[in-house]
Design a protein around this ligand. Sequence first.
Ligand SMILES: [Zn+2]
Length: 417
Amino acid sequence: MNNYTLIGPFKQLLTMHGLPLKGALSDQELTIIENGGIITYKDKIYAIGSYADLQKEAVPLKAAIVPIASEMVCMPGLIDSHTHICFGGSRAKDYALRNSGKTYLEIAKAGGGIWDTVTQTRKASSSLLTDTIKERAGRHLQQGITTIEVKSGYGLSVAEELKMLRAIAAAKNDCDADLIPTCLAAHMIPKDYNGTPEAYLEEIANDLFPILKEEGLSNRIDAFIEEGAFSKALIAPYFKKAQEMGFDITVHADQFSTSGSAVAVEFGAVSADHLEASTEQEIALLANSNVVATALPGASLGLGCNYTPARKLLDAGASVAIASDWNPGSAPMGNLLLQAAVLGTFEKLSNAEVLAGITVRAAHALRISDRGSMVPGKLADFVAFPTNNYQEILYQQGMMAPVKVWKNGALVVNKEA
Ligand SMILES: [Zn+2]
């Protein structure tokens, strides 16, 4: 059996290759191959270029041929670098109460808020959690999202966080999208913990971190740094331990109040996510660091809040990724392409900036360099949209879904079949 496959021709092949990881981007910087093709070898891209040239190259390789009959735009598989799609229950009641003018405190008193999701997630069996992750990941895959970060953080004890991360691992083994698990045991101070917040974090670091390593459950530690959640002073020793053990750090930062982004920069976090409250000072800090600033427009849409100042971050020189934050409380929609397109209209972002934010810069936020752009050697993760002009993808504001999705060289979505 031969493992080379020639796929094409695509009217436009948008490689997202060769773009700088930081700073503003113009659409002129995009590499677009007209009438392009791809040769894959097993799970990787072997060659990419003009379809006519690749047809010749394919002959000695005895490549199988997958013809693309109608006009399509091909681009890298999308990457959602921040989600909470492992959860039980629904927070529709919170949404209604919030939109009726109730405060955060009133909603918490009515039994809502993160703790409600913690209760529902603890009640759910691990197989139910695995099934719901697979269902949500499957929905994402239909939108062209081939890599999805998934956080724990609704367990909030060693045992319950383990249950979540094992459910994520089980879903990862049994779905076409790639899942990148993150431990968010520092999501909120658990209401039922019998001890100080310091003791809770110490217990997580001492008892959970080693198991994450042993079982290969996650290489990433996240924390919600916010008034009412974890302060810089509380989180510093926790992050220090995580770093000593070789974990990557990522931070929920500057959502309602500032300080999280400074912690992210101090600890050399891979990303600082949210940043809706960031001021010039935080923007400058992030821009002068290698921390990826991740905008989460789904949370702005869910809460009716400001958007992350993506334009200012890019102009200052930061690397900006865009993720869905899909979660039951503040971002229930989970439509990454719609949210990225809307952020683009409000923040005045170029096509290149938005598309880089959900491909190559999102890969950088997860520190995975094997995907996010199309070049020989990278994973054969790519999607084909039913249009002859790449500008239509964002113009349609999430209403245009890809008709074909390839993950690791395999055609996993085919709406033309
Ligand atoms: Zn989040």
